[in-house]
Design a protein around this ligand. Structure first.
Ligand SMILES: [Mg+2]
Length: 125
């Protein structure tokens, strides 16, 4: 319910008319940087203590990140619900394959193809 309302309201706020997908993907990275900047400044200026106003400021930046996530997905014909469903699938698969830790876009499949991902095999040794 809230997702539909959010998407309806946000659809009225798209101001770019060129570079769909690219424009919001770049903006998303910029806003994620603003989140990181606020966290950094909290460490530098507030001994890493996340007080009420700092949390509110970070929350506002997270809302900006979310706008760009929505816009990027929307430009590709997806909804936030689609994004969330994929997120759930990825986490559940990683939990099932015990690959929550580590890195890589598709690491949940690592245990299904062990030879392919074995470092020794990369160099033919
Ligand atoms: Mg911002």
């Amino acid at each position: 319910m809230i997702l539909n309302e959010y998407e309806k309201i946000m659809a009225t706020s798209k101001v770019y008319d060129t570079l769909p997908i690219i424009y919001p993907a770049l903006g998303m990275n910029g806003e994620a940087g603003e989140v990181a900047e606020k966290v950094k400044k909290c460490i530098r200026d507030n001994n890493g203590i996340f007080g009420g106003q700092i949390k509110k400021d970070i929350l506002r930046e997270l809302a900006d990140v979310l706008w760009y996530v929505w816009a990027t997905a929307d430009d590709m014909g997806f909804t936030l619900e689609d994004v969330m469903k994929i997120g759930i699938e990825k986490v559940q698969e990683r939990q099932k394959t015990n690959t929550v830790h580590g890195s890589g876009d598709n690491r949940e499949k690592i245990n299904n193809y062990p030879e392919m991902y074995m470092r020794d095999n990369w160099y033919g040794d």
